[in-house]
Design a protein around this ligand. Structure first.
Ligand code: G3I
Length: 451
């Protein structure tokens, strides 16, 4: 008689098989299949994203389609987050001043929360989709009406919304880096922070986001302008928790190679980042895969929302930009996304300017990213814990430091390692780096030494 060496000691074979089968059954319900001897692979987008550090994979939902069973079947199977495509916009929620219509928004929230999906609220303050009564307002009257809308809506949904797009699309496209002209902007430059403060007061547990499009390319003036606003808000204690990158990639604005730098740079300010309205012209698998990998590589990237389920649901359906075709079939891009999610964090996305670990009695050097132009960018470094110091900064070739200020620099033979010594002008020094074709690398601090 031969001995079955694969048999686990102390457990009859039939019982063991039953246990394995019931484990498969349980995990299949949760969107994952485990085969004996193989690693788990989630089989739906939401389940797979959840396995990646509790992220979400969501979709915009049109509430009137919840009666379409083909639509709802995919929604309920694949996604663990929803955003109302139109039903929580200002014109939908307050069509007449003082008369709120929460019916459709409530229906979506109920549908989502009863199935464990998180809800993103979109959007409290926006120049577009304003009801007629608001479009005709200006000055203090408009400011107060906007704040009242924020307060009423965030209060109604208090405790049910995970993230609010508090302000949407407040910056201009192009090279100006300016705020978008709108009736809200004309009430005073502080309208955005006023909206954030009102939202925090109404729902202290919701995460408050600024949301915009064309802020995907790190070197674009619009991206830099939003970055500086978020940096300023963080410095002054304005309650902002997250930035939403809509990421509508189309012929005019494609997936940029420095997208991961954009995500990690915002994250380095101490806010979460969200990809809030993803769709990509013709749904190329590569671009979808890159977006997923970039998000997974940045620990503060909390999730991805696609802007619709089937191509036929899209606001630009003629570009077929989504993950399911008009018949609800999974497209190649769907498989690319699911595979990327299941493959996990590719790494390399958290070059957050880490302060050096201070030696006992030592100093700490912290990087603050500065202005970025097409071919160069500025960096400043602040030293704490010492009044005389030397800080070693490493840059990535072919980048090259072209100018420095407020310190005495020396260089190693490669030209990539700069030692900056204090020169009595204070504890912050700075420098300009030429990109020389590499727009994504950023300087790192190697050490900070007292004296
Ligand atoms: O429901 C009415 C219908 O009754 C009417 O017959 C029809 C005729 O015009 O209009 C229908 O409403 C349209 C609505 O979509 C629902 O389909 C509106 O006109 C149309 O303006 C609206 O477009 C929405 C657009 O925002 C408006 O701002 C899109 O669905 C929606 O996908 C889009 O979403 C925006 C985000 O909120 C912000 N970021 C950009 C994104 C894409 O534009």
């Amino acid at each position: 008689m031969t001995k079955d060496s694969s048999r686990a000691p102390g457990r009859p074979r039939r019982l063991r098989a039953a246990l394995v089968l019931s484990a498969v059954g349980l995990l299949a319900v949760a969107g994952a299949v485990v085969l004996p001897g193989s690693a788990s692979a989630a089989t739906t987008l939401g389940a797979s994203a959840a396995e990646q550090g509790g992220r979400y994979f969501g979709t915009a939902v049109a509430v009137n389609k919840l009666n379409d069973s083909a639509y709802t079947t995919i929604l309920n199977r694949e996604f663990n987050q929803v955003t109302a495509e139109n039903e929580m916009k200002i014109d939908a929620l307050q069509p007449q001043q003082g008369q709120f219509n929460f019916g459709n928004g409530d229906r979506l929230v109920q549908h989502a929360r009863s199935r464990g999906m998180q809800v993103r609220g979109h959007t409290l303050a926006w120049h577009s989709q304003q009801p007629g009564w608001m479009q005709n307002m200006s000055g203090t009257t408009l400011r107060n009406a906007m704040l009242n809308h924020v307060t009423q809506v965030a209060t109604h949904y208090r405790g049910q919304i995970a993230w609010w797009d508090v302000v949407n699309e407040a910056f201009q496209d192009g090279s100006s880096g300016a705020r978008r002209d709108s009736n809200l902007q004309r009430t005073g430059n502080d309208w955005i922070e006023a909206a954030f403060r009102a939202a925090r007061q109404a729902d202290p547990n919701a995460q408050l986001c600024y949301n915009d499009y064309n802020i995907d390319n790190w070197t674009d003036a619009k991206t830099q302008a939003v970055y500086r606003m978020v940096q300023d808000f963080k410095n002054r204690g304005v309650p902002i928790d997250c930035v939403g990158l809509q990421s509508h990639f189309t012929g005019g604005s494609n997936y940029p190679g420095n997208y991961r730098t954009t995500l990690s740079s915002f994250a380095a300010l101490g806010v979460d980042v969200h990809i809030t309205e993803l769709d990509i012209r013709n749904a190329p698998s590569d671009a979808y895969r890159n977006v997923v990998n970039d998000c997974l590589a940045v620990s503060r990237c909390k999730g991805i929302t696609v802007w619709g389920i089937r191509d036929s649901d899209s606001w630009r359906s003629n570009e077929s930009p989504l993950l399911f075709d008009g018949n609800g079939n999974k497209k190649a891009a769907y498989n690319a996304v699911l595979t990327a999610l299941n493959s996990g964090n590719p790494g390399g996305g958290d070059p957050t300017p880490a302060p050096t670990t201070p030696a006992p009695g030592g100093c700490t050097a912290t990087i603050t990213p500065g202005q970025v132009w097409g071919d160069r960018y500025n960096t400043s470094v602040t030293v704490s814990g010492a009044s005389t110091w030397s800080v070693v900064v490493v840059i990535t070739a072919p980048q090259r430091i072209s100018a420095t200020w407020s310190g005495n620099p020396t260089w190693d033979g490669s030209g990539n390692v700069m030692t900056m010594r204090s020169n009595g002008s204070g504890n912050t020094f700075g420098f300009t780096t030429m990109m020389n074709g590499n727009s994504s690398a950023r300087p790192q601090i190697r050490s900070c030494t007292v004296g």
